[in-house]
Design a protein. Structure first.
Length: 218
């Protein structure tokens, strides 16, 4: 049986590699776009006016309370600005929106956890708000954000499996296509699980590397 599995694995190697490439591409794009948007969401929640804060708070609460699968299907079937999105673009959009709501909350929590005395001290020495934010607040917030951000990034990789329902040829869909031909469900699902673990393991170690690089000297 193991010999047959290895034979089938060799036959399907390019299909699996293609699925890994699509999964990594979608996850990376969603994490990057969601992180950038999430930073602005977090800033709006902390420093925005009343109307802006209420609007952004509604956005984060609604998105965080909506299942990712619903976001995926909505992005695929609902036209955005008159343009019909393809499966890949719709998947990236859905995951980026979901990611942004979580990153926004992470950024908000990190900024609000910084003692107000530091802002007051920066004002006392004549720093502008921009200088205070870039030199005092943001470096500290970023260090606090990193562990939670790594967890969010790993969640985006796992959420990418839902894109198979709209026809995105990511790793899970490719695995299902292979199983439909050779009926080796257990073996290839275990293989897919191991590959997802490797991707998330890489994200975790990249996050730890960044944490070490940005840590304050003791």
């Amino acid at each position: 049986m193991s010999h047959t599995f290895l034979e089938q694995l060799w036959i399907a190697r390019y299909v699996i590699m293609n699925g890994i490439g699509v999964t990594v591409s979608i996850s990376l794009l969603a994490i990057l776009a969601g992180s950038v948007l999430g930073v602005f969401v977090g800033l709006a929640l902390v420093y925005g006016g009343v109307v802006l804060r209420l609007a952004v708070r509604a956005y984060t609460d609604i998105i965080r309370g909506t299942p990712v699968l619903v976001l995926v299907l909505a992005s695929y079937y609902v036209s955005a600005a008159g343009l019909d999105l393809g499966p890949f673009s719709a998947g990236v959009l859905a995951l980026a929106i979901f990611c942004s709501s979580h990153v926004g909350e992470i950024v908000r929590g990190a900024l609000q956890a910084i003692p107000k005395g530091q802002t007051e001290a920066a004002k006392a020495i004549g720093l502008t708000f921009t200088q205070t934010f870039t030199s005092v607040l943001w470096p500290q917030a970023m260090r606090q954000c990193l562990p939670a951000w790594v967890n969010t990034a790993a969640e985006m990789v796992k959420a990418s499996t839902l894109l198979s329902v709209i026809g995105v040829a990511e790793l899970l869909l490719r695995t299902q296509e292979i199983i439909s031909r050779n009926f080796m469900s257990l073996q290839f699902y275990f293989l897919a699980g191991g590959l997802y673990f490797i991707i998330n393991y890489g994200i975790e170690h990249f996050g730890k590397y960044v944490e070490r690089k940005t840590a304050l000297p003791s």
